[in-house]
Design a protein around this ligand. Sequence first.
Ligand code: LLH
Ligand code: MG
Length: 385
Amino acid sequence: MAAVASVEVSFFTTLARTAVDPHGHRHPAEPHEVREALLTVTDTDGAAGRVLVQPDHLRPHVLDKYVRPALLGQEALERERLWTSLARRQRGAGGGLTDRALCFVDLALWDLAGQRLGQPVWRLLGGARREAPAYASTMCGDGIPGGLATPADYAAFAVRLVEQGYRAIKLHTWMPPVAGAPSVALDVAACTAVREAVGPDVELMLDANHWYSRTEALRLGRALQELGFYWLEEPMEEASVSSYRWLAEQLEIPVIGPETSWGKNFTRAEWAASGACDILRTGTTDVGGITPAVRTLHLAEAFNLDCEVHGNGSGNLALLGAATNARWYERGLLHPLVDFDLLPPHLNSAVDAIDERGVVVFPERPGLGDDFDLDYIKSHTVEVS
Ligand code: LLH
Ligand code: MG
């Protein structure tokens, strides 16, 4: 037995080469200093679980009112109990305790378990596989010369990605606030240009704008199935489950979802039961951590549904260790003007490097597998809460 002894968020300065627009989409940026945050959960034996977090979800008030009372003094390996204890506090928190907060705590506890047991988390989750093919997930469209401004830009970038080893590519096309977005015609033009550039043997997916109407989504889906795309993702507001059932019933191309809907594995059960998708979706930040994401994978399996993992990073990679019914690792977001493999100074190596087959071999490092430069982080720490 080793109980949780401390829960801390450290803010440190580091370098970034991308920035997020007002709609939450990531784009290239000049190198600039940013603040990142590391959550560390330590047990009474001195083992520590660490994960990078979005600190807005773990403000001092959230740590003091919900997270520390749920964790401190509790056996750190008993994640199901701890996750449930934290999740049950959400109802009375009026939105103040988010699914992302649950996710970050859960990831830190999984990392701690791996550190304590000397095993990578993907193996603790069952080791369903030791590697996964990556699909290259592009950034959204933009207006940047040489970037992702035109269908021809997407085509040229897709060729480069295939040269790097990727055997599958997912386009994120133009979304607000980019001028002229959204546009079914432009989406179809980009998808057509990419298919023509890479040929029939590369798997292609589209993550479209999120607020098309039913008829726009149907028009887009019909065009994509002509192009032999592998799936259609998030063309409409996901809260409308009946719209997705309407769409999935009419299309041959698999419809995948939900990605951003609230409600964790419960919402995903509703999608599966009502036939709103052909491939289910989960992801650590979307459903509140690895713990509920595993529940979603297993739920999908019982419906004979594949369940693809949304998002990159060590937690989502480790999650694939629990999955017999997920095919891909989502690697990105990628852009022609950003070297994704150029590491920020707080990392010694990437958790998700691809080999020449376009495959990520899972790391053997204990825990989630992030290779933090802890000396760098310590010497650049500006605040601890
Ligand atoms: O809007 C974006 O930038 C992407 O859609 C992003 O949120 C990404 O995480 C995604 O949806 N991947 O599937
Ligand atoms: Mg998506």
